[in-house]
Design a protein around this ligand. Structure first.
Ligand SMILES: CC(C)(COP(=O)(O)OP(=O)(O)OC[C@H]1O[C@@H](n2cnc3c(N)ncnc32)[C@H](O)[C@@H]1OP(=O)(O)O)[C@@H](O)C(=O)NCCC(=O)NCCS
Length: 236
């Protein structure tokens, strides 16, 4: 079965795999290289180790299918803040990608010649949403959250969180950019946009945020605005 063909220039291809699918279909021990196996072994908590290993095996498998090469032969470089990219021969394909994983769901997205970032979060994790938002969200995002019912607050909180993360991951800057220095907007299913970026408002127009719910998990895919067609496949 071929998981993925290379996207077209206006397209974002998304694969979302449940843990059940990953465990049924992949064998990380056969796919990860020595460095990746060593990184997996350094996780003290077994669930974190397993999650990393299967997510990396999924990343390699999806890219291998898109590039028509074995998963083991995919080679990565790493950006200054840790964002992986294709290195060596495969980099000439123009394929760009990003990955996000949490307990239960792993998300992969690929585009052609455009940056992409993805984020999935676990909505049932215990977290003090009000304190968290006060600390990390922009003033406009706090306004979006005010006066909502508990259910709406939870939904909008996770939408904002995944939107912020997906954008940071598209840029590849990690946490170098303060989370409260920019605001995201838009409801589920809409092509949301960045409303403002304190340091450069015009640059925000370059990006598009697609928020949706997959298997009950809040998900956002961020891409450059020339990639408007989104194709999502759920692997159960
Ligand atoms: C590392 C970071 C990029 C994402 O971390 P995360 O949300 O814990 O993890 P995700 O599962 O979404 O993404 C991890 C994957 O992104 C990729 N990645 C790593 N660094 C990256 C970067 N700088 N940019 C984009 N992608 C990156 C890798 O494929 C990584 O997979 P791996 O860890 O299995 O190698 C970073 O932004 C971070 O630590 N964020 C947490 C910030 C936070 O507290 N946000 C609050 C909500 S607004």
């Amino acid at each position: 079965m071929k998981l993925l063909t290379s996207p077209e220039s206006n397209q974002i291809k998304v694969l979302a795999a449940t843990d059940a699918w990953l465990h049924r279909n992949l064998n990380p021990a056969k796919i990860l290289n020595i460095k990746e196996q060593a990184r997996a072994d350094r996780f003290v908590v077994e669930t974190a180790r397993t999650q990393f290993a299967f997510a990396r095996a999924f990343l390699r498998t999806a890219l291998g299918h898109a590039l028509n090469i074995p998963a083991e032969d995919v080679t990565f470089g790493t950006g200054p803040h840790g964002k992986p990219f294709l290195a060596g021969q495969p980099s000439q394909s123009g394929l760009q990608f990003n990955l996000s994983h949490c307990s239960g769901l792993t998300l992969f997205a690929a585009t052609l010649d455009s940056s992409v970032g993805v984020d999935v979060e676990q909505p049932d994790r215990s977290i003090d949403r009000h304190r968290f938002a006060q600390r990390f969200f922009h003033r406009l995002e706090l306004e979006r959250l005010s006066g909502l019912s508990p259910k709406e607050h939870r939904d909008v909180f996770f939408r904002i969180w995944t939107q912020k993360e997906a954008w940071l991951k598209a840029l590849g800057v990690g946490l170098d950019l303060p989370l409260s220095s920019f605001a995201v907007t838009g409801e589920q299913g809409e092509a949301a946009a960045l409303t403002c970026w304190d340091s450069d408002a015009s640059a925000a127009e370059k990006w598009r945020l697609h928020s949706l719910e997959l298997q009950g998990y809040p998900v956002t895919i961020c891409s450059e605005s020339n990639t408007w067609s989104l194709e999502t496949e759920l692997l159960l």
